[in-house]
Design a protein around this ligand. Structure first.
Ligand code: FAD
Length: 320
């Protein structure tokens, strides 16, 4: 007889899959039910590079993102099939800025010199971090989950009762879906559109999230370069908007002359599951429990392994 404890995870984006991997490694039997499976999740629309963007609370986000960086270094970076590579990331500002709030998450960071910056920018943060190229990383994560024995079923839930009838402990990684499934109106969409262009030799991640050119970002991946982007709160439009495309291309040109001419190879839109703070906690339903893990905003990848590790601790508390 199988005496391993059964855990059901709702959601198969980066949060559900990373949590699944850590729970499997902990010795649980893990099943996932998800309305959409990769490659049709929000996570698949992301770039994604490590950077704690649009996420709260800051103290926990620093801890979760620091954990994720270390975890990726130990478990993904040395595997060429993971889609993870080291990249230098520079965020630039047109005003003087204090220390980054996430400083404790990284081993070190520096400030670009004025010679490194174009005339309109006067300050910045630069650090070595990790790009998780979602075109490769999401498949790697799913493969890892399945290799460890995890199962996956496409299934949309209308009520959590459908899960609690068969499982004592359910982990909720439904992102924006929690708005309806758990009637949580604190989670809302922040629409992101990106343009994918052919590689042109540009190698570092460059972002202006705060200045006159925001939100402009250049993310060189393994087989393409992502140009971003938009951050439109409460916009549910999943279609590519040609006006946004034009704006994104214009901002990339202003960030670097290397993008005066580009060859577009694709475009994507995703709805970031934003919340005033990530919800990572236990909610009880009689003698059953749900561990929530959603609301990661623009940092679902950056926080993923740190949040998964905290979920694992909460599941251990509930089952041991
Ligand atoms: C354009 C763009 C660029 C981004 N770039 C970055 C980046 O560079 N770095 C970074 O860290 N983050 C980035 N993000 C943010 C990141 O993509 C999200 O934070 C992350 O994908 C959230 O993952 P998740 O697993 O929580 O949710 P999702 O990926 O949305 O997965 C939710 C899962 O729950 C399922 N689900 C929902 N409702 C139900 C239901 N009722 N029943 C069953 N299943 C349900 C869904 O089908 C899906 O499987 C970006 C986002 C966008 C849009």
């Amino acid at each position: 007889m199988n005496s391993r404890k059964q855990i059901l995870i709702l959601g198969a984006g980066v949060s559900g899959l990373s949590t699944g991997v850590l729970l499997l490694k902990e010795g649980y039997d893990v099943h996932i039910w998800a309305k959409d499976l990769p490659p049709n999740t929000t996570s698949n629309a992301a770039a994604a590079f490590w950077y704690p963007y649009l996420c709260n609370p800051k103290d926990k986000a620093t801890q979760w993102s620091g954990f994720t960086l270390q975890y990726l270094k130990q478990h993904a970076l040395n595997d060429p099939t993971s889609g993870c590579i080291t990249r230098t990331i520079t965020e630039i500002f047109d005003r003087k800025v204090g220390d980054p709030w996430w400083a404790d998450a990284v081993e070190s960071y520096s400030r670009p010199t004025q010679a490194d910056l174009s005339d309109e920018y006067i300050d910045g943060y630069r650090t070595e971090a990790i790009l998780m190229d979602t075109t490769i990383y999401m498949d790697w994560l799913l493969r890892l989950y399945k290799q460890l024995g995890g199962t996956l079923e496409q299934k949309e839930l209308k009520s959590v009762d459908e899960a609690l009838v068969s499982y004592d402990v359910v982990v909720n990684c439904t992102g924006l879906g929690s708005r309806e499934l758990f009637d949580d109106k604190r989670v809302f969409p922040v629409r992101g559109q990106i343009v994918l262009v052919k590689p042109n030799g540009f190698e570092d991640v460059l972002a202006d999230d705060d200045g006159h050119n925001n939100l402009a970002v250049i993310i060189p991946r393994i087989n393409d370069i992502v140009l971003g982007g938009t951050a439109q709160p409460n916009d549910w439009n999943l279609e590519v908007d040609p006006k946004d495309t034009e704006d994104i291309l214009q901002k990339a040109k202003l960030l670097s002359p290397a993008f005066k001419e580009v060859e577009i190879v694709g475009q994507k839109v995703g709805l970031r599951p934003a919340r005033d703070e990530v919800r990572l906690e236990i909610e009880t339903f009689g003698d059953k429990a749900v561990v929530h893990n959603y609301g990661h905003g623009g940092a679902g990848f950056t926080l993923s392994w740190g949040c998964a590790s905290d979920v694992k601790e909460l599941v251990n508390q509930l089952t041991k």
